[in-house]
Design a protein around this ligand. Sequence first.
Ligand SMILES: [Fe+2]
Length: 403
Amino acid sequence: MDFERKQFPLLYVNQHSRGVVGWGASKVAGQECQRYGITHALLVTTGLKGTGIIDEVEGILKNAGVAVTVFAGVTSNPKCEEVAEGTRMYLEAGCNGIVSVGGGSSHDAGKGIRIMLTNNGAATDLRAFRAVLDPHFTTMIPTYKVVNIPHVALNTTTGTGADCTSFAIINDEEWKYKLILIVPGVDPSVGINDPAFMRCQPANLIAWTGMDAFCHAMEPFIGRLNLPVSHATSLRAIKLLSENLRQGYANPKNDVAMENLLWAQFLASMSYNMGGGMGMVHGLAHMVSVLKNLHHGYANALMMLPVERFNSLACPERFKEIGEAMGLDIHHLSPVPAADKTLAEIERLRNDVGIPQVSLKEFDFSEADIEHTARWASNDISLEANPRDMSPDQIKSIMRSCL
Ligand SMILES: [Fe+2]
């Protein structure tokens, strides 16, 4: 490729958490607690009802001599109040570490609790740690206390990657905004990815989290941070998703598909976490999600095509590479028509896993919601890496096209 879109003189390459991956990996959760000195864990979770996973993890921890207090008060799109409640429970029970079990909501709540514990306990104002463009988050991060409370994260979905990343996303229900919290040390001590847990996901969750993982791979790959480390992990993740998401959705007990989806989400989370950044699919999906309480992955699936059709003007050559990773025979095409075919292929994958493009009107998304979205998203850190400039008016017109 003979194009050059680098515009940042310095690129930061961040660490990813340690990981334990494989069938039966959950069995080492107790050992991992011992490694980090956790003798009494606050087990943070949404509950995962009907799976038996929480009972199983509790048993594994107790068997290793780790006392457990369960906090199952986390909801999808975790809220500041829930994080404060978990913080109070941690302090009352005398815990000395976090074990989060679930998808992104559970891990992010666990990270939020650790940020509160590091500061003023349950009275901590999480807004003080939100990463935005103005004031620029890189100037704020050095002023924060480093989080050093141990955290063992057991992942149960094939999308989030939050078990190994340095971000916590928490809903501010009063502002109707998702706080993106970036605090040094907030990445879990270790992320445990056991496909035996992931095969308990219902098919719709496999579809939603799979499209989330696709966005985690795609957005850094086309983004203007243009980090070669991310290019490598993104392309492999996209190939694995293209080859396994349909099969995993159609049959969650397909072990090969589940294992490949696990690695796809792991690689995709590395793409953004190691420094590739995120783009405005996530930026706008966060707003839709917080305003209408939609699942994070589902909101991304609804926003990915409208946003990327807008973005493709800035980077058609990158979309051509994505199409090739998806198995399209487009080598002979120039970038613009190749990008068109790639976007159609992404849409087909999303439709195949049961997610049609539905109007946001279905969720009562209003003109006032569009104004709110444009106002808050214009200071979102996802704008920085988005490949195409996006003005507030352009955000509004993208949102209106989704009604
Ligand atoms: Fe995501």
